[in-house]
Design a protein around this ligand. Structure first.
Ligand code: PHE
Length: 358
């Protein structure tokens, strides 16, 4: 029994000296585990005389309980101080500023493109793309603008030096060449929108040498002027968020559409304040028309079977009207104060049901 007393003192001392829960667990295994010292003594009980076994068994059980209790108590004490140490070390300074990257804004041009794509996408059109550097044929000739056509002068074209496959290269003056590429590379029906950069040699408060357009093209067997009107009236009303916005189709001319029209929306300048909606004034916002059969034929499409409509609009102009931006040049100045004021939250992606601009 003397043995047990010294074992107890040794173990209790060791428990008291354990400086962490890991050291304590090692101790527990060494004393009370399957191959532990107390467990080994318990196993030795079997070989004892009954009288001796009874006394030794009681003493061993008492020792076992005592050690287990000591370990539990030490464990709790260590746990509390370990937590306290962690809390001290892992302090968070709540006075630090928020992460700067959450302050980025979506540029009004990107926002406007996203809104246009959301509305027309809902109507079943999907996004198509074409190159910014075009050849003369895609930008002009295929669109029924022959070399000596006066429309070429109106476009103030940037020409690139040299030729490519016998064609002069240009910075595309509109997104209409994407109509040609779409029709050349697929089979009708076509339902596409093509947003992108366009270039003309012009610079003032309402013109920039680089600007953005969105092109629309719908070609199918039964497509007619009623589809064109329905699509664009619905688009204007959804984009400007005015359910009964007056929309007017005014006869016009484009070489690649026949008949052609320009679309005006109602507005008022009453009391020196400009507002979109009912009023006594009109504002031109886009060009459109039925695809000229010559253009369909230039792309190898049977114009006796297929008809289509097309439209094109300037993104900067739409953004300026909707968001009250008065000088087009500010779009490209990268002024952070301007971006914070006119920009949009990256997390609010425009959708027709969820809202276009929140
Ligand atoms: N491409 C024309 C422009 O830039 C717009 C347009 C596109 C008109 C499609 C009719 C059809 O002015």
């Amino acid at each position: 029994m003397q043995d047990l007393n010294s074992l107890k003192t040794e173990l209790i001392d060791a428990v008291g000296a354990a400086d962490g829960s890991e050291a304590l667990e090692t101790l527990r295994v060494e004393a009370l585990g399957k191959k532990g010292r107390i467990t080994a003594l318990m196993k030795g009980l079997g070989g004892m005389e009954p009288e001796e076994r009874k006394a030794a068994g009681q003493a061993l059980n008492a020792l076992k309980t005592e050690i287990a209790d000591a370990i539990d108590a030490r464990k709790q004490a260590l746990g509390a101080s370990e937590l306290e140490a962690r809390l001290l070390e892992e302090r968070i300074d709540v006075t630090l500023p928020t992460r700067p990257e959450t302050q980025g804004r979506i540029h009004p041009i990107s926002q406007t493109i996203d809104e246009v794509v959301a509305i027309l996408g809902e109507m079943g059109l999907s996004v198509a793309e074409g190159p910014d550097i075009e050849d003369d044929w895609h930008n002009f000739t295929a669109l029924n603008i022959p070399p000596d056509h006066p429309a070429r002068q109106e476009h103030d074209t940037f020409y690139l030096p040299g030729e490519h496959d016998g064609e002069r290269m240009v910075l595309r003056t509109h997104t209409s060449p994407v109509q040609i590429r779409t029709m050349q590379n697929g089979e009708p029906p076509f339902r596409v929108i093509a947003p992108g950069r366009t270039y003309r040699c012009d610079y003032d408060a309402t013109h920039s040498p680089m600007f953005h357009q969105v092109e629309g093209l719908v070609v199918d067997e039964g497509t007619h002027m009623g589809h064109l009107k329905g699509c664009l009236i619905e688009f204007c009303r959804a984009f400007f968020g005015v359910d009964d916005l007056p929309v007017r189709f005014r006869p016009s001319y484009f070489p690649f559409t026949e008949p052609s029209a320009e679309v005006d929306i109602g507005c008022t300048r009453e009391g020196g304040q400009f507002r979109i909606g009912h009023g006594d004034d009109w504002l031109e916002i886009l060009g459109c028309g039925m695809v000229n059969p010559k253009v369909l034929e230039n792309c190898g499409i049977d114009s006796s079977k297929y008809q289509g409509f097309a439209f094109g609009m300037g993104i900067e102009r739409l953004a300026m009207l909707k968001y009250g931006i008065s000088d087009l040049r500010t779009f490209y100045e990268s002024d952070l104060r301007w971006l914070r004021h006119y920009g949009f939250s990256a997390l609010d992606a425009p959708s027709v049901v969820g809202g276009l601009n929140r």
